[in-house]
Design a protein around this ligand. Structure first.
Ligand code: GRF
Length: 223
């Protein structure tokens, strides 16, 4: 049985594979009564994901769908996930450090209702090791992006970004730490926009409505 969510609060699932700090930021933001999404489910492909314990203690339903028994059949794995989402009445999905690449089947099924956070200013530095690659490229601005998910990896239309200056002496770790602080700011802001219908995927691009001057669309963090 699924608990009915508050009317106009979209039932949202967060997918994690590890630490879950972005999931925690989303859960904390969603505690505000006027936040337009309820975190109804935290789902992981790994039973040992640290974030599952936090979610359980916070009273949120958790689910583990291990990818390994599916022997590389990604769509079968995703159909199992999809069944869990349906069972919990989920309407929107946030990927937050979920380390499985999704197939076009799942992405199409959840089109416009599936968002991700990536630790770079997309379209720069798709993929892994973004902080080390930004340092190696000698760019001055790095950051993070929340985007709608499309079949191409780290390539969907952008909902929100935070720019984080690179400082002299930065290491991948120090830079990652400052970017992560901003991830925790823009992901709840982006989820609120999507859940309230103020950011919509229309013909492959994001249309922002409501107060588009608010700084949750683009945030530049001074050094
Ligand atoms: C974050 O840096 C996020 O941008 C990336 O994976 C990391 C997950 O961290 N997609 P956490 O599990 O949310 O702490």
């Amino acid at each position: 049985m699924t608990e009915p969510s508050t009317p106009s609060h979209l039932r949202t699932a967060v997918f994690i594979s590890g630490r879950g700090s972005n999931m925690t930021a989303l859960v904390e933001a969603a505690r505000a009564p006027d936040f337009p999404a309820d975190i109804a489910l935290v789902l992981s492909n790994r039973a040992d994901a640290a974030g599952l314990a936090y979610a359980g203690e916070a009273g949120i339903a958790t689910a583990v769908v291990d990818h390994k028994p599916f022997n590389g059949n990604r769509e079968a794995f995703e159909r199992a996930i999809d069944a869990v989402l349906v069972e919990h009445g989920v309407e929107l999905v946030c990927l937050a450090g979920f380390l499985r690449v999704l197939t076009p089947w799942f992405v199409t099924r959840w089109a416009g209702r599936l968002i991700n956070i990536h630790p770079s200013l997309l379209p720069a530095f798709r993929g892994l090791d973004t902080h080390a690659r930004a340092l190696a490229a000698n760019v001055r601005l790095h950051g993070c992006t929340v985007h709608f998910v499309t079949p191409e990896l780290d390539d969907g239309p952008v909902i929100a970004q935070a720019a984080v200056p690179i400082l002299e002496g930065d290491t991948a770790q120090t830079l990652a730490g400052r970017v992560l602080v901003q991830e925790h700011v823009i992901y709840p802001a982006a989820l609120a926009r999507v859940a309230s219908g103020r950011a919509k995927l229309v013909d492959g691009r994001v249309v922002l409505t409501g107060d588009t001057t608010r700084p949750d669309a683009v945030l530049v963090v001074p050094a």
